[in-house]
Design a protein around this ligand. Structure first.
Ligand SMILES: C[S@@+](CC[C@H](N)C(=O)[O-])C[C@H]1O[C@@H](n2cnc3c(N)ncnc32)[C@H](O)[C@@H]1O
Length: 201
């Protein structure tokens, strides 16, 4: 006889994106469609990145934590880390984490150019620097956006990813191939080619 598993306390938040967004205040919910990863995408991306138990997965620009929190729900044997430059988003990510009761998620308030990627095994990137380009949707008006920042953040990211060993996994969402460093090979794609899976050779 198969014993059905009991629903977890957190299950109700993962019924739909709409329900998940109730973890956040209104202004964060209103940004979701343009800026936060849908649950179905987070599930596919985290399934790819959580290749072995205990791996450390970094979301590069984690916003209010939607990718990390949903990844941690779908893949509880992996550890999820999010780095985010905006203090308010880290604050609400941490509150959502506490409401969900997850202990395999850590949020870091910092600019990614101060982070050493050697601490992490695999990476998720939802075109985080894009709002620096003219004519794009911004999360808020609190930062100085510039093409210079877009280029320097991308350079730092490529440099860090290039230093990672063979076997490193990268999932990109809404990114062009030019943003992926040499040495990473496309091994799969999903969601109309918007979500791409890469492994370093
Ligand atoms: C498109 S949102 C994605 C949020 C989250 N990864 C998700 O998928 O739901 C990109 C986030 O990256 C953050 N970000 C952009 N540049 C950053 C930097 N240099 N350091 C840290 N965070 C950054 C932005 O503040 C924003 O919250």
């Amino acid at each position: 006889m198969t014993i059905p598993s009991l629903p977890k306390h957190s299950d109700k938040w993962f019924d739909s994106d709409f329900k998940f967004h109730d973890l956040y205040p209104l202004y964060i919910r209103e940004l979701a469609q343009k800026h936060w990863t849908p649950l179905a995408v987070a599930q596919k991306a985290s399934d790819f990145l959580a290749a072995e138990p205990g791996v450390k997965i970094l979301d590069i620009g984690s916003g209010p934590g939607k990718f990390c929190l949903s990844g941690a729900y779908y893949n509880p044997a992996a550890d999820f880390y999010g780095i985010e430059q905006r203090n308010d988003l880290v604050f609400y990510a941490t509150i959502a984490k506490e409401m969900l009761g997850f202990n395999n998620v850590t949020f870091i308030h910092a600019n990614l150019i101060n982070l050493d990627f050697r601490e992490y095994d695999h990476f998720y990137f939802f075109n985080s620097f894009y709002e620096n380009l003219p004519g794009t949707y911004k999360i808020d008006n609190k930062l100085n956006y510039s093409r210079y920042r877009y280029n320097s953040y991308n350079r730092y990211l490529c440099d860090q990813l290039e230093k990672k060993p063979a076997g490193t996994r990268l999932a990109t969402y809404h990114c062009s191939e030019e943003e992926v460093p040499d040495g990473y090979h496309l091994v799969g794609t999903a969601v109309d080619h918007l979500l791409n899976f890469w492994i370093k050779a």
